[in-house]
Design a protein around this ligand. Structure first.
Ligand code: C2E
Ligand code: MG
Ligand code: MG
Ligand code: MG
Length: 288
């Protein structure tokens, strides 16, 4: 139809749109089977204590190593995976990979310790009736103690069906699994979630952490969130910590934990093991 109008701007517009749609469709085709072809990877970003900079746990983050396009980040394919339903297989795979990796790292580095893994769960996965079963199955299959698994949910995921969410979380909590509220501060009715859901950890969105040392108002907001969490017996992780100025500021505000490029990017297995070796260098046996 555009062509019949001659070589006008509509045709250009259609071409540009067409190219974008074609690219999305190609990505969708490629994503189909990416898991089976072994193109997905798990990277691990340390979550550290602000008291001594020691690693307390890792957040598992998915990456796609595309054979032609190279590394593709989750922001560019998770939504697609949610729309196509592939998120269920991807999420289950992530859970298994992350649990089994942390089980092995605990064995090699810190058998009695509290090292944990934190796995993102999308709203779509959460909406499944068998979600609780799937999580328990992953723990059972990998042998990771439930106390060493945290699930990260966002406020929008919790909002989708608050009553069912509450039921699922409580059931999983009964098995010892803990929950983090991710990107805290960016969603809606944050405070009511804190009262209704069994939240163990708040992950403060990086927009509240970024340049906190240069912004007194931000510092007040963070100070208040930390105080609130402390009163509710909830731990706080500051996301997106990038500079020493931010770290100093967070420490002064008595924030417990941090995650961000200042400490480490998300690492592949080998690189994470180098960091773990440095921390736990008491001559424990090393993985080859
Ligand atoms: P998120 O859960 O909030 O994860 C933190 C994101 O911030 C990660 O991006 C991480 O690499 C990035 N980040 C960490 N430290 C810094 C920092 O100091 N500065 C900045 N600018 N960024 C930092 P990534 O890996 O690209 O993941 C983006 C989002 O994709 C995640 O946000 C999460 O919502 C989602 N995601 C990642 N993996 C999975 C997964 O396995 N399943 C699901 N459902 N979602 C996932
Ligand atoms: Mg997260
Ligand atoms: Mg986050
Ligand atoms: Mg985020």
């Amino acid at each position: 139809r555009a062509k019949s109008r001659g070589r006008g701007r509509w045709e250009l517009f259609d071409d540009a749109m067409g190219a974008q749609v074609a690219e999305q469709l190609q990505l969708e085709r490629d994503l189909h089977g990416a898991l089976e072809r072994g193109e997905l990877r798990v990277h691990y970003q340390p979550i550290v204590s602000l008291q001594d900079s020691r690693i307390q746990g890792f957040e598992a983050l998915v990456r796609w190593e595309h054979p032609e396009k190279g590394w593709i980040m989750p922001g560019d394919f998770i939504l697609l995976a949610e729309e196509t339903g592939q998120i269920h297989a991807i999420g289950q795979w992530m859970l298994h990979q992350a649990c089994s990796q942390i089980r092995r790292w605990r064995e090699s580095f810190d058998p009695q310790g509290a090292l944990y893994v934190s796995v993102n769960v999308s709203a779509v996965e959460f909406a499944r009736r068998d979600f609780v079963q799937r999580v328990l199955e992953a723990l059972h299959a990998t042998g990771l103690p439930p106390q060493r698994l945290k699930l990260e949910i966002t406020e929008s995921a919790a909002m989708a069906d608050p009553e069912r969410t509450q039921g699922q979380l409580k059931e999983l909590q009964g098995h010892g699994i803990q929950f983090s509220l991710d990107d805290f501060g960016t969603g809606f009715s944050s405070l009511s979630h804190l009262l209704q859901l069994p939240i163990h950890t708040l992950k403060i969105d990086r927009s509240f952490v970024n340049e906190i040392d240069a912004d007194g108002r931000k510092r007040h907001v963070l100070d208040t969130i930390v105080a609130l969490a402390r009163n509710l017996d909830i731990e706080v992780v500051a996301e997106g910590t990038e500079t020493s100025g931010e770290v100093d500021c967070l420490s002064a505000l008595n924030c417990h934990y941090a995650q961000g490029f200042y400490f480490s990017h998300a690492l592949d297995q080998k690189a994470a093991e180098v960091m773990l070796s440095k921390q736990f260098d008491a001559g424990a046996e090393r993985p080859e």
